[in-house]
Design a protein around this ligand. Structure first.
Ligand code: SIN
Ligand code: CO
Length: 376
C-alpha cells in the first residue's frame, strides 16, 4: 500500500482527501514494480485493440499549443519521434499486461470496482498533455525521470485556443511540485492539473471509474432524474474495500443520488453492479461455448486451476454476482470462491468436488471471467 505522508492513515486519507482535496505524497512508493519499459509501451501503441495517443506540444509561438494523434501507430513513426515535447499515453495497460495490475494493491483502501484502468505515459523532455481537469479521481504515480506538476483545487478558466482536439485550461500556477520516482499525486475529480516532463519520464495513472447517474437511471428504466453527474462516495469507509465486493453503503449512495426509496435498493444494487463490471467495447473477453463450458467446469470441479482473464471484471454484493456487465443471484456458499477469484485473480483447487458451485462456475466461464488456454 502507499506510504501516506504526515501520519495519515487510510481512514484519515479517505476522510480528508478522497473526492475532496489533492495531496502530493513524496516517496509514497519506494519503487514502481512491476513496471513497463519505454519499448513495451511503444509496442502496445502499435496494436489495434489498445487505446493510445501521442500529444505534441508546439512551443514555437508565445503561447503553447497542443495537438493529439490517436493510435495505433506505425513502428516507424514511434521510432522517429522528435527529441522533445511529446508524450505517448497508453490506456488500460493492466488489461493487456495483467502483471501490472499488482500496482492496484497500492490503493487497496479503495474498493477495486471503483478502479477503471492503469494509464501509462512516456514523456520526452518538455512533454505533457497541457493544463486540464479529469472527471474522475486519479493517483498519478511517478516512474523513472522527473515531472513538474502544477495543481489546484481552484476554478481555472478554459482555454479553447490551446488545442483543437483537447479540452484544455488556461496555464496556471497553483501548487507546484517536482515528482521523482516513487512520488504520488492524488487528485480528486475536477482538480486542475498540468504536468510537464522536466526530464524524460514515465507516469502510471491509477484512474477511477464512477457510474453516471443517468446511466444508472437508464438501467432502471427511469425516464427522468433530477440528479446529474457521477456516483460519488466522499464518505467512503476503508471497511468497504474488500476485493470484488460492492458494499451495501455503495448501493445506498446510488439510491440517494437517484432519490429512490429503500424498497428499490435491490434493483439499484443490480444496476450498479452491472455498470461497475461493464467492459469497454473493444476490451470484452469471450465467454466459453456450451461444449467448452462443460469441459472446463469438470476441470475446475476436479480441482484444476484457471487464471482470470486480464480484461475480466468480476464483482459481487450481498445478493448478486456480476461478471463483465451480467448478473445472477449469488449462492451464499460461493462467497469464499468469489473472494479468492477477486483477490488472487485466479482459481486454484477451491472448487474441488463441490457440485453446488457448478452454476456459479458455469456463469463465470460462459461470461468470460477466465483466460482459457488455447489447447488442452
Ligand atoms: C500524463 O501521464 O502525461 C498525463 C496524466 C494526466 O495529467 O492526467
Ligand atoms: Co489528467
Amino acid at each position: 500500500m502507499l506510504s501516506l505522508p504526515d501520519n495519515l492513515t487510510a481512514e484519515s486519507f479517505l476522510r480528508q482527501h478522497w473526492q475532496k482535496a489533492a495531496l502530493f505524497m513524496p516517496h509514497a512508493l519506494p519503487r514502481l514494480r512491476p513496471a513497463v519499459t519505454r519499448n513495451e509501451l511503444a509496442w502496445l501503441a502499435t496494436l489495434d485493440d489498445v487505446e493510445s495517443r501521442i500529444v505534441f506540444v508546439d512551443r514555437s509561438s508565445k503561447r503553447n499549443r497542443y495537438r493529439s494523434e490517436t493510435g495505433p501507430f506505425a513502428p516507424e513513426l514511434l521510432a522517429n519521434l522528435p527529441r522533445r515535447d511529446w508524450t505517448l499515453l497508453v490506456h488500460d495497460v493492466e488489461k493487456h499486461l495483467p502483471a501490472l495490475r499488482a500496482l492496484f494493491a497500492n490503493v487497496s483502501f479503495i474498493p477495486d470496482w471503483r478502479i477503471d484502468d492503469l494509464m501509462v505515459s512516456f514523456a520526452a523532455p518538455g512533454g505533457g498533455v497541457g493544463p486540464h481537469r479529469d472527471n474522475y479521481d486519479v493517483f498519478l504515480c511517478q516512474g523513472f525521470g522527473q515531472r513538474n506538476w502544477h495543481f489546484s483545487d481552484e476554478e481555472v478558466p478554459a482555454d479553447p485556443e490551446a488545442s483543437k482536439d483537447l479540452s484544455l485550461l488556461a496555464e496556471f500556477t497553483g501548487t507546484v511540485v517536482d515528482a521523482v520516482e516513487g512520488d504520488v499525486l492524488y487528485l480528486p475529480p475536477g482538480a486542475a492539473h498540468w504536468g510537464t516532463a522536466s526530464r524524460a519520464c514515465m507516469t502510471y495513472s491509477i484512474g477511477m471509474r464512477a457510474p453516471e447517474v443517468a446511466d444508472l437511471a437508464y438501467h432502471l428504466n427511469i425516464a427522468k432524474v433530477s440528479a446529474k453527474g457521477l456516483y460519488r462516495d466522499p464518505d467512503l469507509d476503508p471497511s468497504e474495500a474488500v476485493p470484488g465486493y460492492i458494499s451495501e453503503a455503495a448501493a445506498k449512495r446510488a439510491l440517494r443520488l437517484l432519490s429512490l426509496s429503500d424498497g428499490q435498493r435491490h434493483d439499484v444494487a443490480t444496476a450498479l453492479g452491472r455498470i461497475a463490471t461493464q467492459n469497454k467495447d473493444w476490451l470484452k473477453p469471450d465467454g466459453t461455448s456450451a461444449a467448452e463450458t462443460e469441459l472446463w467446469l469438470s476441470h475446475l470441479l476436479a480441482g484444476g486451476g484457471l487464471a482470470m482473464h486480464g480484461m475480466a471484471q468480476v464483482a459481487f454484493d450481498d445478493c448478486s454476482l456480476f461478471v463483465n456487465g451480467q448478473n445472477r443471484p449469488l449462492l451464499q456458499g460461493a462467497r469464499r470462491l468469489l473472494a479468492e477469484i477477486c483477490s488472487n485473480r485466479r482459481l486454484v483447487r477451491s472448487a474441488r468436488r463441490d457440485p453446488d458451485l457448478a452454476p456459479v462456475l458455469t456463469f463465470l466461464l460462459a461470461h468470460g471471467a477466465f483466460e482459457i488456454p488455447e489447447s488442452r
